[in-house]
Design a protein around this ligand. Structure first.
Ligand SMILES: [Fe+2]
Ligand SMILES: [Fe+2]
Length: 187
């Protein structure tokens, strides 16, 4: 897998976060941001790409958690950016990476991952429909963020590194290519 410097990771993550926000208004800007990301990671590194997307969404959550009840428009915009980022990310995982995990016999883990993605969609629906100035709104964002952090830790610390090391360079390259094609549908 590619090794990124701390600075490289945070810069790329910031660029990705900006890409998600910019993408709400100008689609080509978001596509350019994705092309930029591809230059800092190995072509075979599907795991590195997913990690950058995790970091970008985490940055958006931090911005959302820093809002107050008067900033309803900012809350709506940040929640939409989080939804855009998570939707592309989930498509790549649910349609390409998780099935590949299943084929490799890691079925118990993938069932839990799919179930957590379903919980993520439920949180998104709740936060979209609940008034943004509701006193409980930010607490629900915090619970949502905690669920995502737990899910990301499982992927990044256990499941993905184990799976990536099981695959040959060619298999990692093929998986990365399939994942990028899938993600481009929503890029
Ligand atoms: Fe996931
Ligand atoms: Fe993920």
């Amino acid at each position: 897998m590619a090794h990124l410097s701390k600075n490289g990771l945070s810069t790329a993550a910031g660029a990705a976060a900006l890409g998600f926000v910019a993408g709400m208004f100008v689609v080509p800007a978001r596509k350019l941001a994705h092309q930029g990301l591809e230059t800092v990671i190995s072509k075979n590194d599907w795991f590195g790409i997913l990690k950058l997307e995790h970091a970008a969404v985490n940055t958006l959550f931090e911005q959302l958690l820093a809002t107050d009840e008067t900033q309803t428009k900012k809350r709506t915009a940040l929640l939409l950016a989080i939804k855009q980022g998570l939707t592309k990310h989930a498509l790549q995982e649910e349609d390409v990476v998780y099935p590949a995990l299943r084929e490799a016999g890691i079925e118990a883990d993938t069932k839990e991952l799919y179930a957590e993605h379903a919980d993520i969609k439920t949180y998104l629906h709740e936060l979209e429909t609940k008034p943004k100035d509701d006193p409980q709104w930010l607490e629900r964002v915090r619970a949502f963020h905690t669920l995502i952090q737990h899910h990301v830790r499982d992927e990044e610390d256990e499941i993905y590194p184990r799976f990536q090391s099981q695959l040959s360079q060619e298999q990692n390259a093929a998986l990365t290519k399939r994942m990028n094609v899938e993600g481009f549908l929503l890029a």
